[in-house]
Design a protein around this ligand. Sequence first.
Ligand code: NAP
Ligand code: GDD
Length: 343
Amino acid sequence: MNQKTALITGVTGQDGSYLAELLVAKGYAVHGIVRRSSVPHTERIAALLAGRDRPARITLHHADLSDANSLRHVIDQVAPDEVYNLAAQSHVRVSFDQPEYTVDVTGTGVLRLLEAIRNYAAHTRREVRLYQAGSSEMFGSAAPPQSETTRFQPRSPYACAKVYAHYQVVNYRESYGMYACNGILFNHESPRRGENFVTRKITRAAARIKLGLQSRLALGNLDARRDWGYAGDYVEAMWRIMQHPTPQDFVIATGITISIRDFLALAFEHAGLDWRAHVDTDARLYRPAEVDELQGDYRKAAAELGWSPRTSVAELARMMVDSDLRLAQHEAATGVVSGQGPE
Ligand code: NAP
Ligand code: GDD
């Protein structure tokens, strides 16, 4: 049987790590790109890298979405059947502070990748499939529920960049017949979620407060509503989108929306705490423009891909708090606090 080769950009991120595990389990040869940093960001994929008694199960390459040559070089070297573009400056609030950088990586970066794949496919006469990590943030102020036919009304530099990328993917599909598709994923979380996204900020704080390592948690807008799913379920949807006979765009969501306040209650109750005794609101954590309510209609994915979410938001909150309690216990024992940075 021919082994398929996949290239994942953003392999060190939350989704990249789950997707790499999934594809390795499915028998793919998995390659990932990492950008240069002063210390490696490979904690999430450590189990897939070489260890004392085991060889590496994925291959890493240096490249960057801001550098077209590096993308061309990696695609020539890897000769992938499937490319999953998960790399992005993915933080909405940060995109207001660094709009130009965000648009360059999250928007123009996708154009660079499309061109690299188009050139490679033209000179090798091979099909290379592309998955683009689109976002429910693109719907912005559009009324819920949002589906594949809802008009995008982006509300941040990040969302504008993702809308640009979305339409370039559609454009390359229509102009050159490329197999390129957009997954429009609603928020998805896990114990591996970055610590400056709201769910993880909440579960980290609940665990640390429980163990007496911190007493207060500062948050911004508690009224926003999100449709939160589990990242492990969502990478399965990415793979299914890429196996569909025709390239198409799909909404991936749970269909259930709750507020930040509701998520606080789920997480703190699981830790045996009352969130109202610990949370402060801080105006500096509000965004210049907010996306008030996201709720996805994933009926197309259910019908065409046979995909549906398996993890409820309550189970997700419990899974994250349990994991963060273990992390907090480790911090209490060693005195080393991980993941500190600007909010
Ligand atoms: P994440 O944890 O922030 O991971 C982002 C990844 O992109 C990291 O591996 C990061 O590398 C890499 N990256 C950043 N800038 C890069 C550059 N210039 N060149 C190459 N790589 C770069 O994000 P995630 O939650 O896994 O999300 C994956 C993708 O889905 C992103 O495109 C995000 O915008 C999109 N998305 C996420 C959600 C969600 O709820 N999680 C929902 C919809 C869409 P470092 O490790 O070096 O930082
Ligand atoms: N990050 C953060 N920090 N968000 C806060 C805070 C806080 O202290 N307090 C309130 N919030 C609110 C935000 O204003 C927003 O309404 C909501 O919590 C969720 O914020 P994030 O967890 O940062 O996620 P996001 O919805 O902005 O973006 C995530 O989901 C998108 C898909 O809809 C990211 O993963 C994006 O990359 C992704 O595309």
